[in-house]
Ligand binder design. Structure first.
Ligand code: KIV
Length: 308
């Protein structure tokens, strides 16, 4: 007899939940997450989908592009995010060349992100060119989110972070990409840096949700890089991001105060400190009451007979 699902399993968002939200006209909020503590906060905040984006290459690891990110790094961060969530659907990015080379390797790597990483879905870049790969992975029972428009893994080919689909030909290609992805079985598609009217037209045409980033408010949902949202960079905010907090300033000010308190000797204070019975310390040090009185007289030390 099959067991009833545990409350934890029952509460987890899955692609059916996302499909229902879309059908009900509920806009879907998605954020990237790369680590356990942030994932816990975002999950508690009720963000239904968390993306372990390969943007972690730049945001968390200091690389100059997502091209450098490896499967091992994606797995490491995916596991941490999954451990930090009870509710959100965790989507793991497939890193550069982990898919699209051979069907076998694509499937193996997607499977690893699910089996070992614990993700609930994977994301990969490319429209028509990735349709066969999407089909292979979906057929194996792995939900796929696709990603078109500005696709960061092709940044060297695209020649920079530019808005995509701005000419008649490019716009038509983007629409064809979106339809091909849907046909291949993707459950959602990220539209990155696409003019808002074109993104809205693609959204109208598709039966699966579009998740926009720099693609206007007409998409079925939005995704943002969490560090952009939280204002964690001193000198960079992309045009499509809005700061909902200023964590760079908050964290820097906190670190400066801590540094000053340590210098001044005011941290740790009594609240952060544990004391022991003076008599016990005397025993540890093999010290008599007289010795202790002497050491008190000669410098800073432990107050006499203060049993805490
Ligand atoms: O890696 C990432 O963060 C992404 C988002 C920009 C959608 O793919």
């Amino acid at each position: 007899m099959s067991q009833p699902p545990s409350p934890k399993q029952a509460a987890r968002v899955n692609i059916a939940t996302i499909g229902r939200m879309f059908a009900d006209g509920e806009r879907i909020a998605m954020l990237t997450a790369y680590d356990y503590p942030t994932a816990r906060i975002l999950d508690d905040a009720g963000i239904p989908m968390l993306l372990v984006g390969d943007s972690l290459g730049q945001v968390m690891l200091g690389y100059d592009s997502t091209v450098r990110v490896t499967m091992a790094e994606m797995l490491h961060h995916t596991k941490a995010v999954v451990r930090g969530t009870n509710h959100a659907l965790v989507v793991a990015d497939m890193p550069f060349l982990s898919y699209g080379v051979t069907p076998e390797a694509s499937l193996e790597n997607a499977g690893q992100l699910m089996r070992e990483g614990g993700a609930g879905a994977v994301k990969l870049e490319g429209g028509e060119r990735s349709a066969r790969t999407i089909e292979t992975i979906v057929r194996a029972g792995i939900p796929v989110m696709s990603h078109i428009g500005l696709t960061p893994q092709s940044i060297h080919q695209l020649g920079g972070h530019k808005v995509q689909g701005k000419t008649r030909e490019a716009g038509r290609r983007l629409m064809a990409d979106a339809l091909a992805i849907q046909e291949a079985g993707a459950f959602a598609v990220v539209l990155e840096l696409v003019p808002e009217q074109l993104a809205a037209a693609i959204t109208e045409r598709l039966r699966i949700p579009t998740i926009g980033i720099g693609a206007g408010a007409g998409c079925a949902g939005q995704v943002q890089v969490v560090t952009d949202l939280l204002g964690m960079s001193a000198d960079f905010t992309p045009k499509h991001a809005r700061h909902y907090a200023e964590l760079y300033r908050v964290i820097k000010a906190a670190a400066e105060s801590y540094r000053d308190d340590v210098k001044a000797g005011t941290f740790p204070g009594p609240e952060q400190t544990t004391r022991m019975e003076d008599r016990l310390l005397d025993e540890i040090l093999g010290r008599t009451l007289l010795d202790r009185a002497d050491s008190m007289a000669t410098g800073p030390g432990i107050p006499l007979d203060r049993d805490l």
